[in-house]
Design a binder for this molecule. Sequence first.
Ligand SMILES: [Zn+2]
Length: 63
Amino acid sequence: MTYDRLVCANCAAPVSEGRCPVCRANRERLQQENFLANLSPLALIALLTVLVAAVALLAHQAA
Ligand SMILES: [Zn+2]
């Protein structure tokens, strides 16, 4: 997702330039969303790895 071409409703400048407080707030929010979007697949993989390890450990103990 890109916000390069988003135009601010307050100052009519590109949000990515951060010319007014509205721009800066929007830019920060969008960057945070990008960060979370990039983070979540990694978090899912980490969670899956932990789950598989736990299941493997339990299966080993049961056998
Ligand atoms: Zn603005």
